[in-house]
Design a protein around this ligand. Structure first.
Ligand SMILES: Cc1cc2nc3c(=O)[nH]c(=O)nc-3n(C[C@H](O)[C@H](O)[C@H](O)COP(=O)(O)OP(=O)(O)OC[C@H]3O[C@@H](n4cnc5c(N)ncnc54)[C@H](O)[C@@H]3O)c2cc1C
Length: 323
């Protein structure tokens, strides 16, 4: 088959990396994305005069090929974070993993936008029903495709694969929830916020797991402001997920101020709830699906932007091998 028609559900990094690889091999690709933005959990918000990553703050790039490809795709902006992170339990700097922590000065979601270049994407389109077999193809909505690739977090994908997963299995991937709040304080970074790019809070901390000072990302925060993004631990997130964001942000803020030794209350606050933030259990073995249906994304790999991208590339090659 010269130009297979392939549908991809989800325009996060797995779906976009998959779509780009397929397009470069001349497949006819359509992506469906339920939200208004590209990049999924590699998410950025323009907030007043600040640009804030409220999903993955940075990502590894251990794969030389991927690093080369993304550097070409992002000529102005793929930088390593050089300011260290602090382990609050020991007070020491955390050792960087191989491949380091990379970010995009204009906002991490720019990676999604760059990968999306030239792709046909139906934004704000929720795929609600499983594909239906039609000869050698799969009908999705009013179109038929030679293959359908699912990249949403597993609980969302699972609903679309209900015919092949009639009952919940204990070994299916699980995701945790995360409450995220960002706080803007008057004044330039000083003390810990001048010294550290992030704090990994003590295990068992009541309301903070990680917090990140966005000022250390080039051009993100104008002078005279300090912006901290705080992610809550799973227990706190579960306990307060349905509460008013004002309430749980008000619990997190004094802890942020204390940890970063900031002297006065924030001048602005913003919140976000992640229903599926990171994977706590991946597939032990990938599920087997009928020919033409494939899965990619962090349900297979564990939560990491680089791993999600690689799983998207893997799914693209697996799909192409079918034709
Ligand atoms: C708070 C937080 C911190 C993190 N920290 C890091 C970190 O430091 N380093 C790191 O590498 N990774 C980190 N991660 C994990 C990383 O962001 C993810 O593993 C990765 O982005 C997952 O990409 P994906 O494409 O698999 O899924 P997603 O990004 O979730 O993309 C799936 C897409 O599918 C769409 N979708 C869902 N259902 C449907 C439907 N029915 N129809 C159409 N579209 C649908 C969604 O809107 C979404 O855009 C973090 C994540 C979070 C939330």
């Amino acid at each position: 088959m010269s130009q297979p028609r392939i549908a991809i559900i989800g325009a996060g990094i797995a779906g976009l990396a998959c779509g780009r690889a397929l397009r470069l091999q001349r497949a006819r690709v359509t992506l469906f994305e339920k939200s208004r933005s590209l990049g999924g959990r590699l998410a950025t918000r323009k907030w007043e005069d600040q640009v804030v990553d409220h999903g993955a703050p940075w990502f590894s790039l251990t794969d030389a090929g991927l690093r080369q490809d993304w550097s070409r795709l992002l000529p102005d902006g793929l930088l390593p974070m050089t300011v260290p992170m602090r382990d609050s339990a020991t007070g020491e700097a955390l050792v960087e993993p191989d491949g380091g922590r990379w970010y995009l000065p204009a906002g991490n979601n720019r990676l999604g936008k760059a990968l999306a270049e030239g792709l046909k994407i139906r934004m704000e389109h929720v795929v609600e029903n499983p594909p239906v077999a039609q000869g050698n193809q799969w009908r999705l909505g009013d179109e038929a495709y030679d293959a359908v690739i699912f990249t949403a977090p597993w609980p969302q994908t699972r609903r679309l694969l209900e015919p092949w997963f009639p009952s919940g299995e204990a070994l299916e991937p699980r995701y945790r929830r995360t409450l995220t709040a960002f706080f803007a304080y008057e004044g330039d970074p000083s003390g810990p916020s001048a010294e550290w790019s992030a704090l990994q809070h003590e295990p068992g901390h009541a309301c903070l797991e990680h917090s990140i000072c966005e000022n250390h990302k080039t051009t993100r925060v104008p002078p005279g402001r300090t912006v901290i993004v705080a992610h809550a631990p799973a227990a706190f997130s579960d306990a307060h997920f349905e509460d008013s964001p004002d309430d749980w942000a008000a619990l997190m803020e004094p802890a942020v101020r204390a940890a970063w030794e900031l002297s006065s209350p924030p001048v602005a606050v913003f919140t976000h709830r992640w229903g599926f933030s990171t994977v706590t259990q991946t597939f032990a073995t990938p599920p087997s699906l009928p020919r033409g249906l494939l899965i990619a994304g962090d349900a297979l790999t564990g939560s990491a932007v680089e791993a999600a991208a690689r799983s998207g590339l893997h799914a693209a090659h697996a799909a192409l091998r079918l034709f």
